[in-house]
Design a protein around this ligand. Sequence first.
Ligand code: BEZ
Length: 272
Amino acid sequence: MSIQTANNKPTPFVNDWDVHLYDHRHRYVSHLATDLLQLLDPQYGEHILDLGCGTGHLTYRMTGCGAEVIGVDHSVSMIDQASHLYPHQAYPQLKFAVIDAASLAMNKQFDGVFSNAVLHWVKQPEKVLEGVWQALKPGGRFVAELGGKGNVEAIIQGICEALDEVGYPENKAFNPWYFPSIGEYSTLLEGQGFQVKVATLFDRPTPLDEGKNGLQNWMKMFASCFFQNIPSEEQEYIFKRVEKKLRSNLYRNGTWIADYKRLRIKAVKPRS
Ligand code: BEZ
């Protein structure tokens, strides 16, 4: 999806994501979403939009009940992989397209819009919600989960401290994430006209794969914005410093546990 920096310029990192690494090391992203799918509860014959579908695994699961689903993502490499894994000829109820969540302009309306673990990458939430509103039929529902207020706070603090210590304080401004509170996001939803039915913020401590390398791999995959323009040897040194700072808090029995906090919402576009 669209990653934007503090000065609102898209970064070049988005399409550099390694889709194979993403699928293998970070597969918990879609595995953890089963109850979010239950909140959407797609029905036979419904039309669903999966906003920020990544490599398409959840998009595919939504077709299990007979819904027709379009998965969209800003990342060309993610959509290439999704289309390769789930080709339209073999999965006619499933389609994929490269589209940015902040400039959604769908030419049809959907019964539901779904989004998992994506919208915290988009620093223009009003634009996202405007696009979602236009993409929904009256009575349609928007079900989403994103990082909420306080998400990965310890990790961000560790990275920022290490950047300060190693002489790159200006890189702290490259924080790419938007982690709203319940109040902030509900206000945006209501401002767009939605009725908010569910809004919860909860801790989800998340074990990272790859044992002692888990945190470093996570930083390389997701937090690379912070390290732009830093020579790779120095980046490695910074990763080690971050690990040292966070070990007592986030490392348990050989596994790094990321301090995720999820904001989950369900909102409805009223019929009139
Ligand atoms: C998240 O899912 O909360 C998340 C993933 C990667 C980077 C930051 C947050």
